[in-house]
Design a protein around this ligand. Structure first.
Ligand code: ADP
Ligand code: MG
Length: 353
């Protein structure tokens, strides 16, 4: 080999090596452009913003430099993207899509993350006596069609879809799952966001942050406390019909809000919630908003959806039986008036009304 040839070969080897190193370091980070800034008036605190799960994401953390904050945020972003990739109902090769396509025929291998979320979904299904049920998806499809046609489904169609709903017929193995009936499907839209929030917050903490939060679409998980402060303050989204602006003061925990004002839909003249009661097959009618405070966001997210189904009486009784969980539920009466229902300990979080 000529000198020049040897030089070229060496250069090639070095660039392969560099590429491998760069790829390895990107495995847990993300190449996406990230908006990371120091928080105004709070030196040493940084905020990153991006879009994920069809909504706005905000990560806040303390860090020794902008560069460190940037790499911490990139690692947290990668965790969120992973949840999107595995649990999206739209991506054809996600765990959820594969399970929905093939789960009626036999076991479908699933990632540890998806298995974990399905197990947590099962816990909340049990706690809510079936009100939270990720196998509600056939009902979602039914009401999606209704939205398009402008006519609600008839009772025979609801019965048919209900026959394909039921978490007890989702058979979970060690690293995979299958359906116990033909035509079943899962939708993790009521829990995956909470899980992504927990992973992002945990990632920031592992990256060295001692306090901060992960916020996806207004659902949050706080960790640690800023120096000199004993609480985090957060404003809950105000649904129409409520004049005051609920401001909460929280210890490090999670807070999520489910509500039909944000994501509902119209069929003919009626406004429907995007939350469906898996016992009746019909969208939840009279609970425009549920805010849940819980130790982690996975629990809070799923519970908020389940509590909207259960309604004030059964819902608040359940919350009062759970340690570390509180909730505020807005209920609409027949005349359209909104009333507020709080679990036993929720008033401790209300800063101003
Ligand atoms: P978001 O925070 O995304 O607005 P919510 O926390 O209010 O959503 O949860 C509603 C989502 O939960 C729905 O979009 C749907 O994906 C899912 N879902 C609806 N009804 C149920 C149910 N009964 N059990 C489990 N998941 C449900
Ligand atoms: Mg939810």
């Amino acid at each position: 080999m000529t000198d020049r040839g040897r030089l070229a070969a060496n250069a090639l080897a070095v660039s392969f090596l560099l590429a491998a190193v760069v790829l390895a370091s990107l495995r847990h980070a993300s190449r996406e452009p990230l908006d990371v800034r120091e928080t105004a008036g709070e030196p040493g605190r940084y905020e990153a913003r991006f879009t994920a799960m069809s909504t706005d994401v905000r990560l806040s953390m303390n860090a020794p430099s902008l560069g460190r904050a940037r790499s911490m945020a990139a690692a947290a972003l990668a965790r969120v993207r992973e949840v999107e990739r595995l649990m999206s109902a739209y991506a054809p090769d996600s765990d959820v899509s594969r399970l929905n396509r093939l789960g009626g025929r036999g076991d479908v291998a699933l990632s540890a993350q998806t298995m974990h979320v399905l197990q947590r979904a099962g816990e909340v299904h049990g706690l809510t006596h079936g009100a939270f049920d990720v196998t509600y998806a056939p009902l979602r499809d039914l009401w999606r069609d209704a939205r398009q046609s402008g006519r609600p489904p008839d009772s025979a169609a609801v019965r048919e879809a209900l026959a394909r709903v039921g978490f007890e017929r989702l058979i979970l193995g060690a690293d995979g799952a299958r359906f116990g009936a033909v035509g079943m499907e899962v939708d993790l839209g009521g829990i995956a966001k909470g899980y992504a929030i927990d992973l992002a917050a945990e990632s920031l903490r592992r990256g060295g942050a001692t306090h901060g939060f992960a916020d996806i679409g207004g659902d949050l998980r706080f960790f640690g406390l800023p120096p000199g402060r004993s609480r985090w303050r957060v404003e809950v989204y105000r649904p129409p019909g409520l004049t005051e602006r609920p401001l909460l003061s929280l210890h490090p925990c999670a807070v999520t809000t489910s509500g039909d004002y944000a994501r509902g839909f119209r069929v003919g003249d009626e406004w429907y919630s995007h939350i469906i009661d898996p016992r009746t097959g019909r969208p939840v009618g009279d609970v425009p908003s549920v805010t849940v405070v819980a130790p982690d966001a996975t629990t809070a997210d799923a519970l908020a959806t389940g509590l909207a189904v259960l309604g004030p009486e059964d819902g608040l009784a359940l919350v009062d039986s759970l340690a570390g969980v509180e909730c505020m539920m807005l209920v609409r009466d027949a005349g359209g008036r909104i009333s507020k229902h709080l679990s036993g300990g929720f008033h401790r979080f209300l800063e101003s009304q």
